[in-house]
Write a protein that binds this ligand. Structure first.
Ligand SMILES: Nc1ncnc2c1ncn2[C@@H]1O[C@H](COP(=O)(O)OP(=O)(O)O)[C@@H](O)[C@H]1O
Ligand SMILES: [Mg+2]
Length: 338
């Protein structure tokens, strides 16, 4: 659906130098998927996203959306292509002097729809985003979540093929974020709209994305299925993002007093069903003390993580053998201490 080929964006910066915001990024985004781009602030995510509807023209590279080479369009042809690409923003970007209905009608009018069409479509779209009773309200009278629903209504009014979402929940509280993400997922499934969503939070990616690209310093350093990225992050930056999301920190006092070998163990699929820890307790005579753990559900798949302390009353070699055994029988083991 979307093909980005060797996209580079340079911003002029006085004295003949320029700053490279996006550095040779190539991505393929499939029709009907929810694709995430995650990275820290300043990584180049917004700039990359804006090349998809050519709000930002790439310095180098090609953008193709649904077989149309967007990056070579200008004027009327570009305006037409943009109608097929909706966009929503962190701070909603609503027109404050127009009502909710007026905001949605504005998009339809800009696309040349007739007054009859508009009168018919607006209530339909507002019902879809859960704002049927807010047509006459002004943006200032709405909560953050409701404002974003107006943003979404406006963006999907012209039945786009693609919806670009720039940090759509970053200005919202947790509960409201979850409801907006659920609405985006519903729009993706019911209307078949391909979604590209950027965020600085892995939790957002985990909630609705099928695949994700990880961006840092203008480059995509890793890409893949969301589950795989969580289960086996390869790049150091991705590892940090993922481990931050799992939030399995132990209290410093506990770490200082620790005796034995501390492991972080990842269970995926079949390995989650094996009684690995009771096995090592019996085989090697080690005691296993579980200090932290959780199961993350990503899509419909479970990813189990345990932080466990292994000790043996007299023979440290038995602990080393136990660690080997766990390594052979689980998805991944990290030695955190000892
Ligand atoms: N219009 C612009 N002019 C100059 N520099 C810009 C412009 N937009 C973004 N940048 C710079 O490009 C880099 C990437 O920015 P951005 O794409 O907004 O990152 P992100 O969305 O990941 O936070 C930053 O260093 C930012 O300062
Ligand atoms: Mg941004």
């Amino acid at each position: 659906m979307i093909q980005l080929d060797h996209i580079t964006v340079d911003f002029p910066r006085g004295n003949q130098q320029s700053a490279r915001a996006v550095d040779d990024v190539s991505l393929r985004i499939n029709r009907g998927e929810v694709y995430g781009i995650v990275g820290a602030s300043g990584a180049g995510k917004s700039t990359l996203l804006r090349t998809i509807n050519l709000l930002q023209r790439p310095s180098i590279g090609d953008v193709v959306v649904n077989d149309v080479q967007v990056s070579s369009l200008t004027g009327g042809a570009l305006r037409l292509a943009r109608q097929k690409i909706g966009m929503i923003f962190q701070h909603f970007n609503l027109m404050h002097t127009r009502t909710v209905a007026g905001n949605v009608a504005f998009s339809l009018r800009a696309a040349g729809k007739s007054s009859d069409d508009i009168a018919h479509r607006v209530p339909e779209i507002l019902a879809l985003v859960g704002l049927a009773d807010k047509a006459k309200a002004f943006p200032a009278q709405l909560s953050g979540g409701q404002k974003q629903r107006v943003g979404i209504a406006r963006a999907i009014a012209n039945q786009p093929e693609v919806l670009l979402c720039d940090e759509p929940t970053s200005a919202l509280d947790l509960e409201t974020s979850a409801s907006i993400l659920a609405l985006l997922k519903e729009i993706n499934v019911r209307l078949g709209i391909t979604i590209v969503l950027i965020s600085h939070e892995m939790t957002v990616v985990k909630a609705i994305c099928d695949r994700v690209a990880v961006m840092t310093g203008g480059k995509v350093v890793e890409e893949g299925d969301v589950f795989d990225i969580f289960a086996t992050p390869r790049h150091e930056f991705t590892r940090q993002l993922v481990s931050h999301t799992f939030n399995l920190e132990l209290p410093p006092r506990l770490l200082q007093e620790l005796q034995g070998t501390l492991l972080k163990i990842l269970f995926v699929g079949a390995s989650a069903e094996q009684p690995v820890l009771s096995d090592v307790a019996m085989r090697y005579g080690v005691s296993v003390n579980i200090l932290h753990g959780k199961i993350e559900y990503i899509g419909h798949r479970a990813l189990g993580i345990l932080v466990a302390l292994l000790t043996h009353p007299s023979d440290p070699a038995r602990v080393a053998e136990a660690v080997n055994y766990i390594q052979e029988n689980t998805a991944r083991v990290e030695v955190l201490h000892g």
